[in-house]
Design a protein around this ligand. Sequence first.
Ligand code: ADP
Ligand code: MG
Length: 707
Amino acid sequence: MTPGSPVHDSDYDRVAATPLTCLSGVGDKVAEKLAARGLLTLQDLWFHLPRQYEDRTELVPIRLLRPGLPAQVEGVVEAVERSYRGRPMLKVAIGDDSQATLVLRFFHFRGTQVAQFAVGTRIRAYGTPRAGQIGLEIVHPSYRVLGAGVEPVLSDSLDPIYPAIDGVGPVVLRKLIGQALQRLPEGESMELLPADVFAGEPLCARLPSLREALMTLHRPPQGSDVPALLAGTHPAQRRLAIEELLAHHLSLRRQRIAMQSHGAPPLRKARLLDALRERLPFALTGAQARVLAEIRDDLGRPVPMLRLVQGDVGSGKTVVAAMAALLAVEEGRQAALMAPTELLAEQHLANLRAWLEPLGVRVVWLAGKVTGKARDAVLADIAGGAAQVVVGTHALMQEGVVFRDLALAIVDEQHRFGVHQRLALRDKGSSGDSVPHQLVMTATPIPRTLAMAAYADLDVSAIDELPPGRTPVQTVVLSAERRPELIERIRAACREGRQAYWVCTLIDDSDEVIAQAAQTTFELLTQQMPELRIALVHGRLKAAEKQKTMAAFKAGEVQLLVATTVIEVGVDVPNASLMIIENAERLGLAQLHQLRGRVGRGSAASSCVLLYQSPLSRMARQRLETMRETNDGFVIAEKDLQLRGPGELLGTRQTGLAAFRIADLGRDAALLPTVQRIGEALLRASPDLAERLTLRWIGGAVRYASA
Ligand code: ADP
Ligand code: MG
């Protein structure tokens, strides 16, 4: 890395802060549109980086096109077909010297457009081909008509594609960025990172300067390493990815420091906790005891705890949470437990009531379905303090929910909530300079590197041991054609007094369609096994009905439960030893792992059958193989990260991680340890630079609502 010695240059600052109205073509209107996206100054535009590139430096013969690989082609219109059956459609077949034909397909088009495509007209088009009804096609290519005698030149560099801005078209935006780049200061005055923070970091060796990196990315010069740029692995991209990851990391660290500058009520008395421990029918596992000790250590201090507890499905997080809640209760304060689905929240309610009420602790329930007088009564209990522990769904965060003295906010399955929601619950307990302790639980194991980026504001504990006596689940992958064999399998399990789940999934995410499919399966299975007690749950049922069915299943009255993925999280019926998942090829690894975690909770040998529809895509095959090979949530999470990238793993709403401009946590995960080290060095040496870096990349928009 080029040393960036002049780390504070007021000249740079002055240019960087110039309002965009200095550019020609930016009047009040355009400035407003840009401002709406946080683009106010020249620096903002310099750092508005291309999301992608289009390679129009060459023409690809139609015969050599490959599905999924974007390309530019040129050809002569051979045939045009316009149809209005169903929805309007325009198909234009073009051919070239390679003796092959490509279809350009449009679903939205104007009459003038149709007129352009006279047979014999030469067209240049760019897009991503896919397999069509006959040969390859490109849907909605960008294209231009080449008039007679016109011989347009090929681009000599890659075309940058910028994140779209409402009201400012791509051509205008490119021009504005071009103008802004002309004012990019020469030399190294823009470097914020002193060279010595990179010393000894192998991944930072031989990277371009910040200025060079920006120029390369905005205007890749001829002769650039095109494949590397398209793959996002170019040194210029790495240079900026490091800065961006660093900025985010520092911002999270700062949030954490800010949060911990508040006070929090120390929770130390453990009489109730010990009483619960004695009453439990089991002893805590070593891992549970260790994590509980970590939590107690945090809660005993007068600063807010910020702790994430990771534990694989069935590792016993709930009882640890219950014990933490008792610490708050014993100090005369309140604890809240929020879960992402009603079903899961209800399970928590049942568990907490069973554990805490015998100790004289009042546990109340609040969900969206609690309305009218009942709701008023619960709200009064929460506000008055009679409700010592409050369990519920998102409803806990609604306006009107006022705690008398919330000391501990527990959020289960954090990945299903946004960070803002976690903070909203925390804010319910802020008073004066005191904020509640926060405990976040997740069963989605997050690879260590990713956790570092996503949760730099949290301490992480792992319950990395399952309660004793569980036998690992045997997983079988079967083609759907072999479905009939399963009937015997289910009968056998039920004959032994065991229970089974049949999970229906569909790619369609409409509740209605999925509920319908589950209904059909339910009817079919009932016909095939009239001797079994079979029940159905799905998201469209009334809460009371769902609850009744789940209770019957838990009590063993129902032998086979046909369900949608509503049972994914939290459902706990140790006697269930067989799970069948239909269309397993359509689910992601994390979801499959969650579902499978519903069995193998008792001592009986359990199995999980993954039914798939042929043909399997390569990715789907790999997922199913991974499921067959391992039960280890952490191994599965690493594999998931490889296969799908981090956005899906964390949930895109997670932390704004999806909002990175250039970094990609899947691709750049290997950079994170480096970023962490650099971050520490920078905070030690020059906290003011850390601040400036965060401002540059993240701007005034604070990542977390307010910490
Ligand atoms: P998860 O971590 O997936 O939320 P739960 O808290 O639902 O797991 O626990 C799963 C099951 O294991 C529950 O039935 C719970 O009562 C039981 N359990 C928890 N801890 C232990 C333990 N130490 N020994 C035996 N069973 C336990
Ligand atoms: Mg749980």
